[in-house]
Design a protein. Structure first.
Length: 173
């Protein structure tokens, strides 16, 4: 006789993201800078900054520092950004260019189910050794690309006869 693994009625919830195929993931923003000038500011050498490239361009006496890198401290970045904006409004050019990327990505996936639910951890009888085994204790294995159930007591293959209740049936009654 086929055992029906029933859905716990109290566990049924409507999925707030039902049918959605997209989930936005926000990654940490990335703060970068490029400095071009003859007098690199001190903060470039602080522990919250990593230098990705540093080139010296020009003649022997007048070497232009071209430095690119990343800033890991958001507050430092915001402070610099504010100063830079003010500088530009005054027509001052410091040689600093600040950029930031708000890294958010859309993760595409199969449509989300309409309901979220759990199954009752029902006991099922093994046809081989007649043990009663809870459904979550049944092991699975792959044999010739087929997934099979394995009895944890006797090692019997596909010795359990059960099926899962469908959510469409569970919400009807
Ligand atoms: Zn068994």
């Amino acid at each position: 006789m086929t055992t029906l693994i029933k859905i716990k009625r109290s566990s049924i919830k409507r999925n707030p993201h039902a049918f959605s195929t997209e989930t936005p993931i926000s990654l940490r923003p990335e703060y970068t800078f490029k400095y071009e000038g003859y007098n690199p500011p001190k903060w470039i050498y602080s522990k919250d900054v990593s230098i990705d490239s540093h080139e010296l361009i020009g003649l022997i006496e007048w070497k232009l520092d071209v430095i690119t890198g990343r800033i890991f401290d958001r507050e430092l970045f915001e402070r610099l950004y504010k100063i830079e904006i003010q500088n530009r409004e005054k027509g001052k050019y410091s040689g600093l260019n600040l950029t930031y990327t708000q890294n958010s990505r859309i993760f595409h996936h199969m449509p989300e189910p309409e309901y979220l639910y759990e199954y009752k951890n029902t006991k099922i009888k093994c046809s081989e050794c007649h043990s009663l085994v809870r459904v979550n204790k049944i092991q699975s294995d792959e044999i010739d690309d087929n997934l099979v159930d394995v009895c944890p007591i006797c090692g019997g293959i596909n010795t359990f006869d059960f099926k899962y209740e469908k959510i469409s049936d569970a919400i009807k009654n």
